[in-house]
Write a protein that binds this ligand. Structure first.
Ligand code: GDP
Length: 525
């Protein structure tokens, strides 16, 4: 293997998905700590807070105690380079959360052992399913009296439609929680809440008498019986099924107690795939191709609101990025010399010297780079699969001072380009309708309009419940627009969107126009 190939093979790029409060932040922190990327668990939270103190609109997210924007953390572990992409996990998440999942090769799903599969887990999993992203499951909070593990696995199988392959099995839970048995290594990891890294003893072999000594005869017998049952009744790990997104390996632990974290990190390195090929409109791009290529999955406004510069987050798909190299923005055909790209080593933001497939680089710009943009060394490629998602919340924008209409339109357009919210202009009125997948985005937009564009805006509720992009023949679309024009709008790219007041209305309209497709996601461009 060449050095170039081994750089690709040693990379793992993943995100953690979960319902709020399942323990994503805690697990992220512990993964960084076990990976040696931070010295004290707790730094991530603290650093997030201090970094945000520099910006007004981010002050808002600090006040709300949540993170609105995703970030990227890179750290070395066991000869590998791990890229962990953070996805905002609060109820009020944004499209960035969804789109980040298009930039990873695998995901870790955190399930709270008390609550099981929750609403947001289902939403995020559906996004992973669009690309059959492989998922490792971490069942967290085993130190609490949760639901029986078998029941949790059943729920994952039936609700999320994936086979479960337990890699470890818990020894009771709650007050009686004593650790996990690794079904493939035949070792028991004993849980010790006082030990530095969650465990003080690893016992080899289920029949080892030391196990009876450590956890008592009753619990060890119980474990042996359960393991026999589990081995008979559950799926064995199948790497092909996991890589196809059909099966999820399951690990148990307690993130806050550091327990099961090391196993998780090892599972990411040992089981999850290295950077994968990516589809473009014309062909599949292999990570090992020598020429550089990548796509932009996220745009973030810079920390300083006075300068309207932005950072474009680009996922490298092939080749090698070297600082200062000239890369082509395919949509404009222009070459840019990228001298000031940023990488995201967990310690600090570093200036990127080189990056390979799987890595993320941040490119500062003044609004010239758009979401979904492809960059390449020479070829005119266009990566596909970076979608916009149908908003679930809608607001009508109104300004207090009508003379500021121009600024409002400009601000809304620019914020929509960043992907914070979507902007719809109904064809039968002059209204400006904003759509988002989480309601917090409206607060963010109002705040930024005020501070960055000097516009005081009011958001009113409006009657829409959901949106669908319309695809069909010109004649069919015209007929639909003639009949239901009051529910049709143009989006930022001047494409027709149906804004439905409720599901019944949507279904009825769909039935009336069977030849028109109503899409829940739209590819950018
Ligand atoms: P997030 O919203 O998914 O990022 O969740 P957090 O990581 O912020 O965790 C939510 C709450 O669950 C916090 O109070 C954590 O301390 C707690 N928590 C995380 N992991 C565990 C665990 O293993 N056991 C228990 N009992 N609590 C946990």
């Amino acid at each position: 293997m060449t050095i170039f190939d081994s750089e690709i093979q040693r990379r793992r790029t993943f995100a953690i998905i979960s319902h709020p409060d399942a323990g994503k932040t805690t697990l992220t922190e512990k993964l960084l700590w076990f990976g040696g990327a931070i010295q004290v668990a707790g730094e991530v939270r603290a650093r997030k807070a201090s970094r945000h103190a520099t910006s007004d609109w981010m002050e808002l997210e600090k006040q709300r105690g949540i993170s609105v924007t995703s970030s990227v953390m890179q750290f070395p572990y066991r000869e590998h380079i791990i890229n962990l992409l953070d996805t905002p996990g609060h109820e009020d998440f944004s499209e960035d959360t969804y789109r980040t999942l298009t930039a990873v090769d695998s995901a870790v799903m955190v399930i709270d052992s008390v609550n099981g599969v929750e609403a947001q887990t289902i939403k995020l999993l559906n996004v992973c399913r669009m690309r059959d992203t492989p998922i490792i499951t971490f069942i967290n909070k085993l130190d609490r009296e949760g639901r029986p593990p078998i029941e949790l696995l059943d729920e994952i199988e039936s609700v999320l439609g994936m086979q479960c392959a337990p890699m470890t099995w818990p020894i009771s839970m709650g007050k009686r929680f004593r650790g996990v048995y690794h079904l493939y290594d035949d070792t028991v990891l004993v849980f010790d809440p006082h030990a530095d890294k969650g465990t003080s003893e690893i016992i080899k072999g289920l029949d080892n008498p030391r196990l009876d000594e450590f956890i008592g005869r009753d619990q060890s017998e119980e474990l042996r019986m359960e393991v026999e049952l589990v081995r008979g009744a559950s799926h064995t790990f199948d790497s092909t099924a996991y890589h196809a997104g059909k099966q999820t390996p399951v690990l148990f632990g307690s993130a806050v107690n550091n327990f099961g974290v090391q196993m998780m990190l090892d599972a990411i390195v040992d089981l999850s795939p290295p950077p994968q090929p990516r589809a473009t409109e014309t062909r599949l791009v292999q990570p090992s191709e020598p020429k550089f290529s990548g796509f932009v999955f996220k745009i973030q406004a810079n920390m300083d609101p006075k300068h309207r510069d932005r950072i474009a987050f680009l996922r490298v798909c092939s080749g090698r990025f070297d600082r200062g190299m000239k890369i082509k923005q395919v949509s404009s055909g222009k070459f840019m010399a990228v001298n000031n790209a940023i990488t995201f080593m967990a310690q600090d933001r570093n200036t990127a010297d080189e990056a390979y497939a799987g890595d993320i680089i941040g490119i500062p710009n003044h609004g010239t780079i758009r979401l979904g943009d492809t960059f390449s060394e020479t070829e005119n490629l266009k990566f596909t699969g970076i979608p916009s998602f149908a908003p679930e919340f809608f607001r009508k924008a109104r300004i207090k001072n009508p003379l500021k209409m121009k600024q409002l339109q400009k601000g809304l357009q620019q914020l929509a380009e960043e992907g914070a919210t979507q902007l719809f202009r109904p064809i039968s009125s002059n209204d400006l309708i904003l759509g988002a997948v989480g309601t917090l985005q409206f607060d963010v937009v109002a705040h930024r309009l005020e501070f960055e564009y000097g516009v005081d805006v009011l958001f009113e509720g409006c009657e829409y419940a959901t949106a669908r992009w319309l695809r069909g023949s010109e004649a069919d679309l015209k007929q639909l627009v003639d009949k239901y024009g009051f529910n049709v709008a143009l989006d930022g790219a001047n494409q027709y969107v149906y804004l439905a007041p409720n599901r019944v209305n949507l279904t009825m309209t769909q039935e009336r126009f069977p030849d028109v497709r109503f899409l829940e996601t739209r590819e950018i461009y």
